[in-house]
Structure formats: C-alpha cells, structure tokens
Ligand binder design. Sequence first.
Ligand SMILES: [Zn+2]
Length: 688
Amino acid sequence: MSRIHLYILLSLFITSCAKDVVVPSYKLSVEVIPATGGSVSPAVGTFKSGEKVELLAKPASEYLFKEWRGGLTGEMNPTELIMDGEKMVTGVFQKRTYPLSLEIEGQGAVDESILIVAPDGRTTNYPSGTTVRLLAKPVEGWTFKGWTGDVNASTNPLDLKVDKGVSLKAVFEKAYFKLNLVLSEGGSLEIKSDKTNETKVIQQSQAIDFEFGEKLTLSAKPASGYLFDGWAGIISDRANLIESQSITITKNADLSIFFAKMNSGKKLIRNEFSDESMLNFRSGENFIVWWDKRYDQNHKAKDVLKWAEFTGQKSLAWGMEPPVGSDKYFINIYLHLKGNEGAGEDVFNDNWGQGVGTDRFGMPYYAAPISTNRTPIYEDFCTIGNVPHECFHLMQYKGSNTYKTFNYSELDNRWYIEASANWFEASSTKINPVTNPSGTYDSVPAYLFQPQLALWGFGYQTNGATTWSRAVHGYGAQIFLLYLTWNNIVSDDFFGKSFYSKSSLSPQEYMYQNIPDLDNVFRQFALNIVVKDKIPATDAAAIVKREQLWTENYKAWGNAKANGENDDNRYAFKLKDEGTNGFVSPVEKPQAWSYSVTKLESTAAQNYRVDFVGDAKGNMGTASNFYLGYVIDQAGKYTYSNVPLTNSSGSKEISVPAGSIVYFVTVSSPRIFGGSEEFNYKINLVKK
Ligand SMILES: [Zn+2]
C-alpha cells in the first residue's frame, strides 16, 4: 500500500541561495563643552548602519546638562541616536547658579528644574532660597536606588530648598530580574550565562535573579527514559522541540520546561527490528514511534504519534477494531531514513518505502520514510506524508486480513482500501487542503482525468498502468466517498464499519447493497463532479488547484502518454458553437460504474438536438445501463436535466443560453462489480 512513488514525483525542489549582504558601519565621536563640565557615554564607537545608540550625559558635580549639538539636538537626557551616517555629537554643560553639588553613581541622569526662584529675584550668584526639583532617570537596565550625602532618601522626584551649600549623590544600580523556572519531571536544565561564562545545572523548579541584558543559553537535558517535550513562557515551543535556546533577560519572566516519558506504560513494547540500545521511542495510547537515536527525530515522532493516536481514536469510535495483538502491545511505527538520505546508515531495512507491513508476531506496522533535516512541523508532515492515511490502513488491517473483508490481494478491492484511507485523511484531519501542497487531494485529478475507467480501476503496482493518472485512479476515487459524506448520503462511520462487516462482497457491491439507490446517487455524483458542484468551497478550490498542477506539469509528473500528450480524458468530445457532424463514439469506451463527458461551449443562444444510442450490452455480454444527464453552466449557475432513454436510446432538443457551457454526461452503471468490461455508445449533436 505504498505511495512513496507519489512523493518521488512530487519532490521537485527548487533551491535558492541568499546573497551575502554587507551592512556599512559608521563612527560616532563625542565632544564635551566645557571640558570640565561632564562626560558623555559612549564617548566613541563604531556602529552598524541603522543601529540605535543610547547617549547619556553625566554632568560633573557643579554642573547641569544643557543640550546636545552637532549630530543631535535637544535637551533630552538620556537620548537615542540613529546611526545613519558618521556622527559627531557635542554635549553642552552649564555651571549651576545655586550651591548644589550633585554626583551621579551608576547609569542614569538627573533632571533639574527650578520651582521657586530666590525671593530677591536674583538667579545668579547662588541665590539663597532657590527650590529645585531633582528627577532621577535610570537608563534601561538600571534602577534608581536613592539620594545620599546631605539628604538620605529614595524620594523621586526630590524637591530641595537650596539655602546653603548642599552636597548630594544620586545612586543608580543595575536592575535584576527573576526568571521563574518550572521543570517537569524527567530532566534538568543547563544555563550558561555570557556574563559569568559559568554553566548552572538546575534540577528543580526555582526562581533565579539575572542582570538586565544578561544573555543565557538554555539546554534541556532529558533523563534516561524521558524525551524533551518543549518550552512554554518566555520561549514558546511545544512542537519543534529545539533543546537548546538563547534568551536575553529584560524583565521578570516565566519559563516551563517539559519532559515526556518515552514509555507511557499503557501497553507492552514489542519490536522485531531493533531495541532500545539503538532506538529512541515515544508511546501514546495505542501507538509507539521508533527512530534511530543517532538522529534527532523527537519532534517528528511527536507529530506522527499525535496523528496516529488521532486516527486510532477516531477509527475505534467508528466501530473499527484494533489490530490483532494491540490489546496487549503497542502498534509500531518506524521512522526510517529515506533512500537518498542515508537509508544505509540507520538501523532499519534499506528497502523500506512508505507503507504498512506485518511483523513476525503477526501485527501490522507502519514504516514512514523521513529526512535527516530539521524541517518545520508542517513541512515534516508533507515529508513524512499521509500519516493519517497509513494509520487508517493499520486500523483496516484486522478487517482486511483476519475477516478477509475487501482483501488487498484482490485487485478490484484495492481502490476502496486506498480511497477510504484518503477519504479519512481529507475528511477528518482538517488540514487546509488548499495550502497543504501534497497531501489530502494529491491524487483526485487521477480519477477526474480517467472518468471512463471503472470506479475500482486500479493500475498501481500492476503492469496495466501506462501513465500516472491510471496508476493512482483508485486513490483518487476518494472523491466519490467524500461526495457521499459531504452530502450526507452515508454517515462518517460507513467506511470504517464496512471493513468490519465481514462481508464477502467486493467493496463496490457492498456499497450497492448498503447505500439506497446507489445507481441514482452515482449519476448525480457524475453530473455534480464535472462542474465541482455539491462540494465544500475550500475542497473544491483545492481540487481545482490540483487539476491545474496536473495539467501544467503532466510530463514531470509522469502523466504523459507515449506520444507526449497529457493523458487527460476528462472530455470525450470538446465542441464549440457546432455539433458533432453525425454520430461519434468515444475512443475509450466507458467501463462499469464510470462516466464519459461531451463538452459544448456556446457563444450565442442556440438550440441543439442530442441523439444518443447506447449498446445494449458490453463487450463481454453484460446488459448495459446508461443514463444521459446534462448540466448547463451559466457563469457558475448550474441547471441539471437529462435526456430520457428507452432501450439505451433517446433524443431531445435543448435550448443553450448564450455564453454557457453544456456538459453531456453519459453514466454507465451496469449490474457488475468487477473487471474492465466496456460499454460503448454513440452521440450526435445537431445544431438547429
Ligand atoms: Zn495506502
């Protein structure tokens, strides 16, 4: 049940290389007026273009900061300067007019404003009685501690009456912040600081103080029997599971570090291929995912396990039965390296592709090819590909293999096993089919391109398929199963339960017996699907997109016929503003449970007469059962009707509106449910 071929064809990677961009650097130089007035930090430096530099003027004790000149203007202190060129900045200081001596310790500035001028009105020569307001402003990463000297206080701002000589110091100190660490059971955390260059090992939850701006490298270290399971808080990552991360302390923060038990203990572990000395694993409720421990596949294993459990739970709820032995043992999933990415290096079988097999204990397992790259989860899903599809096969296994319902070795059964797994993936996972480039609807065009093949037509792994659309036609038949659930013709558990019905019928005959009036349902489906009607809008958009890709890339995707043409049989006949000039028959005759389309585009309003003559029997003698419906598409507005047939023949005159397309859909649904018998017809479209 492998689909690896599909992924090889889709693996047309386009790579691009980023150019090295050189960012220019600019020089900053600083001058101070008067020279004894104070200092400016930084005093000099080289900075990258666009970088923001915080400038702090620090007056000498008898001075005030007045203003910036040169490359910067204004009175703000501290202030920011953007380095968009070489910069020369002057810090201007001014001697106070009142007897205050103010020293600054640490990184900060003090704004001074005169609230009350001395009563005699003089503002020079240190007027007695001047009241100043002092506002301490720490730079980022520092805090104001308080005033010392003639006043000891932490009041900020401080109003100070200067009626005699006052000596003060404004004290700033570095800010510390708490990192509140919460460690789950099963591991420790290593913290390396760029300030101390020391590595701390944290074994239990605690809060630790770090200096503002301190850069920390954090490494999660799972204990034996555990796996790293992500971060939450200041680092948020429960999916990609990157064990080593860096943070810079700028505020109080919380950080949780998670570890998960490799063995959840729900079931027993049994694995024929290798053991825990070579492999890491993650287990859940029913499944266990293994990988060679020399490769970092923890995050992919988590994702695969999530989808496997999802598929298992959903299938069980729909009345499917778990695989033989899984009441006691986990169902094994192996992440093995892909053929072109070191398949020979890991411990698994080099010949594995993507698919489901049976181990020596008689239990099914799933072999999922993966790459060694650490790609984002979404990409992984596509690389691993179709996890829900393959896991649905695991859940079909007992039905197919123990009860022999729809056994895979019967060629005419295969389509249903594959199409129902595709149906499950598309209808249950809710992965956006438009943005998911290779999942969900990848093979639907194969069904749509070969509508004349029997519903169960399945060329994959046989010699019969000459082109890709014929090969995966059976996978693409998922569109019929989806149509049935989208339109509430069957309930969601129909396909799951069918495998456990122990029916000895083929799936198509089983459907015929269990779905009321399947004949008519299939006829309506054929008419609707030609114009993508009665399909949810997102799904219809995804299918249209896949059809376009198949049309544009048919050579790369293996859908070219021997003569180089696209093997696209969507329309048996394509007409524009004209009839067929007499009776015509399709090159490929429709098989059982199939359809065949004649497309007529009409520019002007026009009447046509359609004559239809179907053979009474197929080429192997089975009585034919034709239906001729048509749908008129007027800019997305659909009108349905049919040409009544008597003894497989009929005639009708039709008014075709201007600017419309008419699809005449011949549906063949004889009472046979296997083989490739053909049922010929001829059609004559006469312009009136
Ligand atoms: Zn499959």
